[in-house]
Design a protein around this ligand. Structure first.
Ligand code: COA
Length: 373
């Protein structure tokens, strides 16, 4: 059977960074306006005054210092509190496909690939900007690839699920080179007026090339094993969809954007993911000392510290479990791929590591890799 490897990765970082200070300033100005507009109801006990957010809380609770976004002016305007992303006409590339293509081009250039070399495109992300045609088919056309393409959504775990899917196509002989992209415009589904979550997400796009070992360039990443898991939970949810579009109240309502029970997510996902990683290590015959690095999903710094400590048996150093959360925030499925992309150049042949994602569903995925000669 053909063995799948990861040949290269690509990263597109949007041009605008928003600091916690900027975000909290606009949030607090929005709160003041809201409280003023609703002062009679607040005074009469019919409404509760909204509370300010704080830079200290955001950094301490999450580890996030800033985030990149595709559009900044609307987010930091207390009168708007959402990104201005104008709709594009159908004869222009859509923004999600555009950022995916940017990341894809870097991965393809690194592996020396032309469009004709790619047999399949998978767009694996949390929030597709439309129902159809699939974003992946648009990316395929924009790059000029043949073969087939489709979208898949497993929220924050989309990339690891995409890697296993691509690896299975290679194993089965359905494709020799699979391009898997993760365009994540999280600012589109974030409620910037929700104190509990307004700081969580950022925008980005990543790309991963999964190829047959005998076709891949030298120094690729052997895929030692992949494992996927899902377990239903309402603790991270977004109810936006086509069946609630007719409800004039519904579209603007908070549950049509990202909502979560952050504490419960923290408590339930940490043990689920650490058990899953340990089970897969046992199956693959790997010990903690065999792993040079963990490229974990980037949602919360304390969560990653706990998972890494459980897996490694000691507090992980920044080298053992690098963070990109501080500058990128949570970028959903792309987080672990950004960490892998930015922190893997020092690997030598035989070094092993783990790409791991977790998030809504719940869902979790592990991809153990070894740098080839
Ligand atoms: N500014 C200041 N204070 C805030 C605040 C803000 N923006 N948001 C919440 N608080 C307050 C709360 O009101 C609460 O106050 P109280 O103790 O007086 O009631 C306190 O801070 C703690 O709030 P809580 O929501 O319990 O914070 P937390 O420590 O759990 O951190 C998260 C919140 C979201 C950062 C954290 O739970 C998390 O990251 N969880 C995992 C989320 C995750 O991985 N999600 C996956 C998404 S894909």
């Amino acid at each position: 059977m053909t063995r799948p490897v990861i040949s290269a990765t690509g990263l597109y970082t949007p041009p605008h960074s928003v600091s916690n200070e900027e975000l909290v300033t606009s949030f607090n100005a929005w709160v003041d306006r809201w409280n003023n507009e609703h002062r009679h109801d607040i005074e009469a006990g019919r409404a509760e005054a909204k509370l300010h957010s704080s830079v200290e809380f955001v950094e301490k609770a999450s580890g996030i210092k800033s985030r990149y976004v595709v559009e900044k002016s609307g987010i930091v305007d207390p009168k708007v509190m959402r990104p201005h992303i104008p709709e594009r006409p159908n004869d222009q590339i859509s923004i999600l496909a555009e950022i995916a293509v940017n990341a894809a081009k870097e991965a393809m250039a690194k592996a020396g690939r032309e469009a004709k070399d790619i047999d399949a495109v998978i767009c694996a992300a949390s929030n597709m900007q439309r129902a159809y045609p699939a974003m992946a088919v648009e990316v395929q056309a924009a790059l000029g690839c043949e073969g087939f393409a489709f979208d898949m959504n497993v929220a924050c775990s989309s990339a690891t699920f995409g890697i296993q899917t691509g690896a299975d196509f290679v194993r089965a002989g359905h494709a020799r080179s699979v391009l898997m992209v993760n365009p994540e415009i999280c600012s589109g589904h974030l409620n910037f007026t929700d104190r509990d979550s307004h700081f969580i997400f950022g925008d980005v796009a990543t790309a991963v090339l999964i190829e047959a070992e005998d076709f891949a360039p030298k120094g690729a990443w052997q895929i030692l094993g992949t494992h996927l898991k899902t377990q239903f939970s309402n603790n991270i949810r977004n109810n936006f969809g086509f069946l609630n579009r007719g409800d004039p109240e519904g579209v603007g309502k908070a549950d049509k954007l990202f909502v979560q029970e952050g504490r419960k997510v923290f408590k339930e996902v940490v043990p689920m993911v650490s058990h899953m990683i340990q089970g897969e290590m046992d199956r693959l015959g790997l010990k903690a000392t065999d792993l040079k690095r963990l490229w974990l999903h980037q949602a919360n710094a304390s969560m990653n510290r706990l998972i890494a400590a459980k897996v490694l048996g000691h507090e992980a150093s920044e080298e053992e479990s690098p963070t990109v959360l501080d500058t990128y925030a949570n970028t959903s499925s792309a987080g672990s791929i950004i960490a892998f992309h930015k922190h893997s150049q020092d690997f030598r042949a035989g070094d092993k590591g783990l790409i791991c994602s977790f998030g809504a569903g719940y869902s979790a995925g592990t991809v153990f890799v070894e740098k080839a000669a």
